[in-house]
Design a protein around this ligand. Structure first.
Ligand code: FPP
Length: 249
């Protein structure tokens, strides 16, 4: 039986978050420069978006550019920004065709104007789509996001909108970039690294983590299906005991 047929369609995670890692190492293996790896990585993005649509995932968040990535050599940063612009522009008709809605999280104001413009246009063009939501994390880091949320909550307290001891999880959530997005149930990281790298620290509190040795440009539909199957074989206890989840009769 093919991998996709083995997936229980009733238990597909509604949100998958992915740290796309290993583009540089993949390119080096091919004797190419790092930027070539990023270009090839776009094929994996396409495959994953299609695969998510096929199994009914509702949200997929891709860590495309972190706050820390601004510290990379200028030529790599420029190439990544150009790649984002050209990819978003080229793929928007296809996103529409597949009923995919594009969204973005992060410090978007820090993106080059051309990039932000292309992004906003595609977000607007695809905003009515009702299938998969593709969330690009751009100039994103969790510490930046949480710090911004804390500052905004502190202002609300200062302005007398609430007392400090009235702050709830809901208030924090409402000030995160992912305000209207459910938390991911599954987080995938490629390239054999076992780190969270400042990605969705709050939102991944109860996510299952899946690591694969594959570099991102080699990641294809069946790799996503394997990750989902692995997730479906786990017991998600949310702090409870196994017996509480399946009481014996
Ligand atoms: C990490 O690999 C990858 C990135 C920092 C960039 C990911 C971006 C893309 C795949 C392009 C995405 C485009 C769209 C439209 C979403 P790395 O460079 O850290 O690899 P290394 O760890 O081997 O050096």
């Amino acid at each position: 039986m093919s991998l996709i047929d083995q997936i229980d369609k009733q238990k597909v995670p509604q949100h998958i978050a992915i740290i796309m890692d290993g583009n540089g190492r993949w390119a080096k293996q091919q004797g190419e420069n790092r930027i070539y790896g990023h270009y090839e990585g776009v094929n994996s993005v396409r495959a994953v978006v299609e695969a998510c649509g096929e199994v009914g995932v509702k949200y997929v968040t891709l860590y495309a550019f972190s706050t820390e990535n601004w510290n990379r050599p200028k030529e790599e940063v420029d190439a990544l920004m150009e790649l984002l612009v050209s990819t978003i522009s080229a793929e928007t008709p296809e996103l529409n065709k597949k009923n995919v809605r594009l969204q973005a999280i992060g410090n978007l104001e820090s993106l080059p104007p051309a990039c932000l413009e292309e992004l906003n246009e595609s977000i607007s063009i695809t905003s009515k789509n009702t299938g998969l939501t593709l969330v690009l994390a751009l100039s994103y880091s969790s510490k930046w996001e949480l710090l911004t949320a804390v500052q905004q909550i502190a202002k609300d307290v200062q302005n007398g909108l609430m007392q400090a001891d009235e702050i709830t999880e809901k208030h924090v959530q409402n000030y995160l970039c992912t305000k209207n997005i459910p938390d991911p149930e599954l987080m995938i990281r490629t390239s054999g690294e076992h780190r969270i790298s400042n990605f969705l620290l709050w939102q991944l509190a109860y996510a299952e983590f899946y690591f694969t040795e594959k570099f991102w440009p080699d990641f294809r539909k069946n790799d996503l299906f394997e990750a989902i199957l692995n997730y479906q074989n786990r017991e998600r206890r949310f702090g409870k005991t196994s017996e509480q989840l399946t009481p014996s009769k």
